[in-house]
Design a binder for this molecule. Structure first.
Ligand code: PMP
Length: 456
């Protein structure tokens, strides 16, 4: 069964398939942190549906909520009509929103994926401001559809102006810390203000409070507040992409709660659907410039996903799982720090809450695999957006092959982890927020063994 399915799907599915390549397993049963393969092997799943499963696999409250809808005879497909199931979801969602937004929030249900909500957010801010440009950050990930893709990663696109995202390790300015964040903020300010930069005022600026796919890079709160002030002063809507960071993942219900900022727009998906596909864009009411029908789509508001999502949001809130994530995540990060001390190939460990990363490097090599490039490239920015580069320390080159080896060694030890980062060199942990102390120890023991095997 196991080999046959792997062989057939490998032959029939697009070469673009991703997770299936690195993880040749055939899950047939799952509960909580554990997945069981068709070959009978059991795995601790720290990929969690790419950060979707806040409560782990098949949590009883999620299953019960879905069964309740199924047994009630309610329509499973209801377009965007008003239903009791949707009413309960929106009520629970609004209860959790940052206070500044909750009082004046509007929600638009989007196509089922995060990328659909990103597209909707761009469309909304363009309609609301009459401007077209979008500003996004280096290393960002916002999705795989056209505009979301343009705003992601290193891809250059005429409509997107790329801004430096502050990071300590591999700081683009070679300084890290508060100075690196200050330089990144100044760069943003110069692109917003300097007429010589050639960048028109954008329709919106999109920000991940912690970059996930980009390699688990938490933005400093002071920098986030600074970007909020810069955008507010210039009436540029700030779009917080909380697709991955939302619902307690980073140790606050929404990651923007750490800095206390109120975004104008929030893009939400993944965990809000309690493991089923659901995506929304939430925004302040004065941005609600859309005419009826201006944003449509057949699969907006899946009833089962809303029910699963309501149960998940309520469970995370009532059981204070964000606090649990903050506490357990901090302890796990300390243990990851021990790995950095012990193994030269572990260049950095970082994260926030239960969104953790461990970066593999090649300590023998002397130069960067890819020198950091000028951030102005491709933005139309001229001399106005003066590079602020400062010479400084450079970490050893990223080691994507080592990271892939750690991922394989983890899998051999029954641990599923994901890779990320612009070089693919960051091992990422996104365990369910229900993770216990005992489970976290099992996860870290297996990871430590895997690193040891690779270093040896
Ligand atoms: N934004 C962020 C921050 C994400 O992490 C992702 C998915 N990893 C997306 C958007 C896109 O979501 P989806 O894959 O559901 O389209």
């Amino acid at each position: 069964l196991h080999e046959g399915i792997l062989r057939r799907q490998g032959a029939r599915e697009s070469a673009a398939r991703t997770y299936a390549r690195a993880l040749p397993i055939v899950p047939v049963r799952a509960r909580g942190l554990t997945i069981e393969g068709a070959d009978g092997r059991r795995y601790l799943d720290c990929l969690s549906g790419a950060g979707t499963l806040a409560l782990g696999h098949n949590h009883p409250v999620v299953l019960e909520a879905v069964r309740k809808v199924l047994d009630s005879g309610a329509p499973l497909h209801a377009l965007d009509l008003a239903t009791p199931v949707k009413d309960a979801f929106v009520t629970e969602l609004f209860r959790t929103l940052p206070a500044g937004l909750a009082a004046r929030a509007r929600v638009q249900f989007c196509g089922p994926a995060g990328t659909d909500a990103v597209e909707a957010a761009f469309k909304l801010v363009r309609a609301a401001t009459g401007r077209t440009g979008i500003m996004a950050f280096t290393g960002a990930y916002h999705g795989m559809t056209d505009a979301a893709l343009a705003a992601s990663g290193h891809a250059q696109d005429v409509r997107v102006t790329r801004l430096p995202y502050p990071q300590d390790y591999r700081c683009p300015f070679g300084v890290g810390g508060p100075l690196g964040a200050e330089l990144a903020a100044r760069w943003t300010e110069s692109l917003l203000d300097d007429p010589k930069s050639g960048v028109p005022l954008p329709a919106g600026l999109i920000l991940e409070p912690v970059q996930g796919e980009g390699g688990v890079i938490p933005a400093p709160d002071a920098w986030t507040r600074r970007v909020r002030r810069l955008t507010e002063d210039r009436s540029v809507p700030l779009i917080a992409d909380e697709v991955q960071t939302g619902v307690g993942r980073t140790g606050a219900f929404w990651a923007v709660d750490h800095s206390g900022i109120t975004p104008d727009v929030m893009v939400l998906s993944k965990a809000i659907g309690g493991s089923l596909p659901l995506a929304v864009v939430v925004y302040r009411d004065d941005l609600d410039v859309w005419a009826p029908g201006a944003h449509a789509g057949t699969f907006r508001g899946n009833q089962l996903a809303m029910a699963a999502g309501t149960a998940t949001l309520a469970y995370v809130r009532e059981n204070r799982l964000a606090e649990h994530a903050a506490d357990l995540g901090a302890r796990m990060l300390r243990r990851l720090g021990e790995l950095r001390e012990r193994y030269a190939c572990v260049g950095d460990v970082r994260g926030r809450g239960l969104m953790l990363g461990l970066e593999l490097v090649d300590p023998e090599a002397e130069t960067e695999t890819e020198p950091e490039t000028a951030y102005g490239a491709g933005t139309g920015a001229g001399s106005g957006a003066a590079p602020l580069a400062a010479p400084g320390r450079r970490p050893p080159p990223a080691a994507p092959a080592l990271a892939a080896a750690v991922q394989r060694e983890c899998l051999r030890r029954g641990l599923i982890v994901e890779l990320g980062g612009r070089h693919g060199s960051v091992v990422r942990l996104l365990p369910p927020l229900t993770l216990t102390d005992e489970q976290s120890t099992a996860v870290l023991d297996r990871l430590a063994d895997a690193v040891e095997a690779v270093e040896a």
